[in-house]
Design a protein around this ligand. Sequence first.
Ligand code: ADP
Ligand code: MG
Length: 338
Amino acid sequence: MKNSNHTPAIGLDVGTSRIVAAMRNSDDFQYKSQLNAFVTVPWSKMTEASLKREGVPFVVHAGSGGDKSIIVPGNESSRFADLLQTESRRPMNRGILNPSEPENAAMLKQLIDNLTEGERRNGLPVFYSVPAAPLGAEENLTYHDATIAQILRELNCEPTPINEGLAVVFSELEETNYSGIGISFGGGLVNVCLSYLAVPVLSFSVAKAGDYIDSSASSITGELSTRIRMAKEESFYINGHFTDKLHQVLNVYYDEMIRSVVNGLKEAFANSRNIPKMGKPIPMVLSGGSAMPKGFRDRFEKLLTESEFPLPLSEIRMATSPLNSTAKGALVAALAEL
Ligand SMILES: Nc1ncnc2c1ncn2[C@@H]1O[C@H](COP(=O)(O)OP(=O)(O)O)[C@@H](O)[C@H]1O
Ligand SMILES: [Mg+2]
């Protein structure tokens, strides 16, 4: 199996903003990703022909009334949305699929199909990430979880769910035997998990993440969220001198996201009789796209320290590859079961 050209399992990060597949081919980890988004425009011969000439992948969808539309899914949707000055649509919101829009599941299936194309899918084990419930609430993840599992079975894969924060621990904390805190700062959610010897002891999510930052900034500056997001990903960094309004606004909402996670951590660990006595300080690892801006780790550490977080930490560090850790951890979990 070791040197086969086909991965023995897949780790799938089903995120609000991006779907990432991790594969192991010839002992190397490899990643593919797609934006979890699409753009729909009314069909016309002209549009179809132009998209073909531009090499933009699309699907023609026939509606119930016979009217056709063109759907541009995944990575190309962002550029396309920007060209058309329109917002792209998203199959998921705040970490889960929206049950009231069944076509979202079809969109998701197409993206997962694309990401796993070329693999020998016949019964292939796929560990897919699921979010934790918000702190103090019992979110109903059943529909979301069951739908992803069904999509994977339809694609001839064998699905197993894994908590997203735990996946971060599996990806980054082999050296402590998977004891530590993994945090994934994503698009829809921030997911937190305390793991002790690979057992998830406590996990929760916070619904203020990248999308919240984009939409809040958008409502202040009046620019489309898609635009804000592109600017944020290209050139934003934490603090420094504010060169423009957008930079200043983004900093405000970044702080708000970090503070709500810090408050969540404090709350979760303050009244938890279930936390085992670790014996020694444990590491905390930060990952996810929203943790990417320069200065993020320092800002997070500062605000966490100010909050007098009760658990002794050995370090707070960035994940090796923040955009891939959830998928990698899911793959590590899947490979351990083979
Ligand atoms: N270089 C970057 N700088 C700042 N934010 C980024 C960067 N890259 C991605 N993001 C943001 O990270 C979020 C997506 O992160 P990701 O971990 O893929 O989330 P999810 O798993 O929820 O889809 C989005 O809000 C995106 O705008
Ligand atoms: Mg993710």
